[in-house]
Ligand binder design. Sequence first.
Ligand SMILES: Nc1ncnc2c1ncn2[C@@H]1O[C@H](COP(=O)(O)OP(=O)(O)OP(=O)(O)O)[C@@H](O)[C@H]1O
Length: 585
Amino acid sequence: MMKKQKLENYQMVGVDAAKSKEEKMKIIFDKFDVNKDSHLGITELLGWIMAVEPTLSNDLQRLPFLLQIYLGNPSFLASSKGLSYSGFTHIYEEGHLNFDHDFNTINIQPPIHKGYAIRGILQQQQQQRSLMLQSQLQQQQQQCQQQEQHRSLMLQSQLVQQQAQQCASLATNTFSSNLRNTTQQVGGGISSAGPVSNIGITAQQMGGVISSAVQVNSYGNTMEQVGGLFNSTAQANSNGNSAQQVRGNLNSATEVNKNVNSAEQENAVKDVKSKVKYDGSHPELAARLEKEILDTNPGVKWDDVAGLSEAKRILQETVVLPLFMPEYFQGIRRPWRGVLMFGPPGTGKTLLAKAVATECGMTFMNISCSSLCGNWYGESDRLTWCLFELARAHAPTMIFIDDIDSLCSVRGSATEHETSRRLMSELLVQIDGLNNSNSTSGKMVTLLAATNFPGNLDEALRRRLEKRIYIPLPDFETRKELIQINLKSIELASEVDIEQVAQKTEGYSGDDLTNICRDASLNGMRQKIAGKTIDEIKNILKSEMLKIPVTMEDFLEAVDKIKPTVSSGDIQRHEKWYSEFGSSY
Ligand SMILES: Nc1ncnc2c1ncn2[C@@H]1O[C@H](COP(=O)(O)OP(=O)(O)OP(=O)(O)O)[C@@H](O)[C@H]1O
């Protein structure tokens, strides 16, 4: 079939096979008059050669390549577009020569032909190609090596990070306190006393877990050992203690307050974190987010948050414990994906989020609506996706989204915008993916959100924020504690009655109270400088200024001046929502 086709071509061109090569070339060149339209296509040229020399078409794939090279050589061109007769004869002869032998070898070793540096061109091209291939290969190898190194550094760094957290937690009161309680729980009603003997007793009683318990307490290092211990907790639970009891035995708020990490431990965590590198697909977005929202150590302690013991307990269960005993929080006990704190403004929601992140040595990502709003179509959902990718790279991480209601206009509503719809969909997908398979690998990412307008939340989002904690206005005891926290480094006059200030500030938010304390503490200075010139003020000794005590009068004046910012309508709105959708312990 092939032969027949070639013969037809041959006849069509009308070349007598018996003629000499030169004659054939002349006929073909004239016949096709390649320059008449100043254009010669490769396919056309290929057609000629195949027609004239049917035996040359053994390797049709190689031929166009060769022709391309010839046509690229200026010495074969009669004009900028047309082929010269000399060029044509050369092509013909090259093809002829090589086809006569074995066309497959042409490209490897083209014959030297008088007057033309074809071999040089081909060799050059070949060399260039092989150099290119070599350099591509080298680049690929280098990339592979770099990726490998990077990956192993990441793994090492994650391991160190985990260990640093474990060490920090175990070495500090935070953990020993948790551990002690846990061990008591492991004891499950065994009458044990002090922490160390308690561990001993528990270990003995638990039999199989002696080594874990001892190791954890003596050295407090590895995940498996910790896991071993917490497995024991799980066993203890199945041996009679209910989850309720476990929770009941958790640290009280006051105990939690004692759990202050040493600067050294914090630095260790910080140091490890700063070495974590994002290796995902959007480095430029990640860099932007990192700059805006990343805080490896927010530096707020439990001690700094007054009251809110209920909220603290829920946060312990949702965030702190799953981090310390990941093996326990599996399956149906998996950590809650998202936690919502709602309540009037200035009640300490952000403060609480920071405290949890600090106490757990978690990376804190404080995100606002504006950080997720991109300028371009699709940028917001990419930013959202990148946020969670970044969080996983820095895990354990807490993503804190303040004013989350502003991210979601209710879907389907008139105010819904395409960007916000896409952002919301991505956010829902990402929350769905939280704490599934990765929770055991220490890659815990928790979403903590806060809002003053819980009623504005998208229904789907509300469902995913599985725990919804009400952060109310501070009660009497909390107000007292809050005033003390605010004034801990301030000189107070002996007659100052904090209880009275607390009584007078019912309905004030934590933020309002902080403002009262600030105002009261500045009053002494105001009185001291009243009527003085700037120069006279400059001459007042700093130490003298610092010694001015805050009096009861200063407080009463401040309370008079500063009014509560939260209305009773606001409170009712929150309480109504709490009764419908809130979580309690
Ligand atoms: N429980 C608290 N303990 C100590 N300080 C508090 C407490 N609540 C509020 N404050 C003070 O009020 C300030 C504001 O608190 P925070 O930003 O946490 O409130 P918020 O509930 O997040 O407010 P918003 O809803 O407006 O974002 C804090 O910096 C702190 O000084």
